[in-house]
Design a protein around this ligand. Structure first.
Ligand SMILES: [Zn+2]
Length: 235
């Protein structure tokens, strides 16, 4: 279990590790719900599709939506994203208590999912960027995120400029480009108006530390999943 101390002061949350596989075992999901302090039917999971759709969660019955980010102001639900190398990004508004959970793999990062979640918080609840605090949890680091040239091209085609591509993709001689998912998301959030000092990074690479975390790159199809879970804070 990993927590961000700064975020915890605003919104209760946690990132699970490899001690849970979180595939189909309902008992494991029950333990996540118990730890979050909600009934299992109040966990708000997504059918994650590596897009940029943001949905709003309520206490009403939940039909798994196709989305990669979710926001809420409902104190009775817990937002959940599942990852194994992709970046789990949790956001909380220290003024309003509203929250978001974001699943940011390379595709959703290319599509600017984190700023989309910030815009949804602003548009739906009136969040101000100066009140938002962000925690980027354990996920694949630039050390291990080797990508093909087509990924760089896809980022370019999505409108990211050459300086950004240079910062986000390292190019050591003779090696394929490596994507710095953490930096790309941090810079997009900063561009959206969030102060750098309000963005906290776990800095733990899931593949490097695959004894502790689940990593798709390390384990392939057999990889378990980790959950990032957050609830609204006190107002
Ligand atoms: Zn690594």
């Amino acid at each position: 279990m990993v927590r961000c101390t700064a975020l915890q002061a605003i919104a209760p949350h946690f990132y699970t590790a490899a001690t849970l596989d979180l595939r189909d075992d309902p008992d494991e999901w029950q333990s996540v719900a118990t730890f979050a302090g909600v009934d299992a039917d109040r966990l708000r999971l997504l059918h994650q599709v590596h897009g940029r759709t943001v949905v709003t969660a309520t206490g009403k019955p939940w039909i798994l939506p196709e989305a990669d980010a979710v926001i809420t102001d409902d104190a009775d639900v817990a937002l959940v994203v599942r990852v194994a190398d992709c970046a789990p990004i949790l956001i909380a508004d220290r003024r309003l208590g509203v929250i978001s959970a974001v699943h940011a793999g390379w595709r959703s990062t290319m599509l600017r999912i984190a700023p989309a979640a910030v815009a949804a918080l602003a548009g739906t609840y009136g969040s101000r960027v100066e009140d938002l605090l962000v925690a980027i949890g354990p996920s694949i680091g630039a050390c291990c995120a080797e990508m093909g040239e087509e990924v760089v091209e896809a980022f370019r085609a999505a409108g990211h400029d050459a300086p950004a591509l240079q910062r986000w993709f390292s190019r050591e001689t003779g090696k394929r480009p490596h994507l710095d998912l953490w930096r790309a998301n941090r810079e997009q959030l900063e561009d959206a108006g969030i102060a750098g000092g309000s963005i906290y990074l776990a800095g733990l690479c899931t593949r490097t530390h695959h004894d502790v975390f689940h990593s798709y790159r390390a384990a392939g199809q057999a990889a378990g999943r980790m959950a990032a879970v957050i609830r609204t804070g006190a107002r």
